[in-house]
Design a protein around this ligand. Structure first.
Ligand code: R5P
Length: 290
């Protein structure tokens, strides 16, 4: 099937890789931001066949989201089959009303993707599976754990312990540990819903002493969760601390703060471009859309 891949400005490197794997036509998009903050989006060339729009919605979240929607809406003028690849899906954390009066923004965002007539959405490691329930169009959530684990297998760490910084991520750490043929655990984390501050409430770990640990999470935002987990693990006399995550947002100098907390290496995927994004997610994305 003839395929065109359109790269939104947030994901052009990844979009080009996807196009190459699919042997598809690649079209770039460009934006011009006006003094009032509005942006003009231009696609160079005519898409045809099945169209794949690739755009993560990391910060500036709202701007990247509007661009994704605009690209899909334009693509719809050329084709009835539009796959929206949103590798990092912003707003997935606002998937329910945690405190009274909070708006479930994810529900509204899901409606927008239906409104612009995307045929299908592909997401990599969505923050919460509950977020997926808000979509009224087909949605596929794929996991980058295998790709991250493949990277760590090459490091040949001796008997590493895989650690999830919270219980919500226990199945991710179990899967990661299985691929490394080692064991795993999950810490007990508490986040204050008003201040966002994080505390680790776990009691001492018996099996971390002297071992290299890999903290595995879906995303790093401010780095608060990883820093608290690293501080806790150091108190357990662990060896080196590595971090593996799918989406490294690394807000407000988070990378530096994480390193200062004792982490030797942060590894993430290219769903969000950054210095730590050394694991390519294009292969698993292509599998999901082929
Ligand atoms: C929480 O449930 C997530 O899996 C991440 O641990 C969290 O979103 C990371 O945020 P931050 O880096 O700000 O602690």
């Amino acid at each position: 099937m003839f395929t065109t891949v359109i790269g939104g400005i947030a994901s052009q490197g990844l979009a080009k890789k996807i196009a190459k794997r699919l042997k598809a036509k690649y079209l770039n998009s460009e934006i011009k931001v006006f003094p009032d903050g509005e942006c003009k989006i231009t696609i160079y060339g005519k898409p045809r066949g099945r169209i794949i729009v690739v755009q993560s919605t990391y910060p500036p979240v709202d701007s990247n989201l509007i661009q994704a929607l605009a690209l899909i809406s334009k693509a719809r003028e050329y084709s009835s089959k539009i796959i929206a690849v949103i590798p990092y899906f912003g707003y997935a954390r606002q998937d329910r009303e945690f405190l009274p009066g909070e708006i479930v923004t994810m529900k509204m965002v899901a409606k927008l993707f239906k409104a612009v007539e995307a045929s299908k959405i592909v997401i990599v490691d969505v923050h919460s599976k509950i977020a997926l329930k808000h979509f009224k169009i087909p949605v596929e959530n794929i996991s980058a754990v295998s790709e991250l684990a493949r990277y760590f297998r090459k490091l040949q760490l001796k008997n590493p312990l895989v650690v999830s910084p919270d219980f919500g991520g226990i199945s991710r750490s179990r899967e990661f540990a299985k691929l490394l043929n080692t064991d795993y655990t999950a810490l007990v984390k508490r986040r204050d819903r008003k201040t966002g501050n994080v505390e680790i409430k776990s009691s001492n770990l018996r099996n971390a002493s002297g071992r290299d640990v890999i903290i595995v999470d879906d995303m790093i935002s401010t780095g608060g969760s990883i820093i608290k987990a690293a501080e806790f693990l150091k108190k357990q006399n662990c060896g080196r601390i590595f971090v593996a995550c799918t989406h490294a947002l690394l807000i407000n100098n988070a990378e530096k703060k994480i390193r200062q907390s004792g982490v030797s290496k942060i590894i993430s995927t290219n769903t969000i471009p950054s210095k730590t994004a050394v694991v390519d997610s294009s292969e698993i994305i292509v599998k999901a859309i082929s």
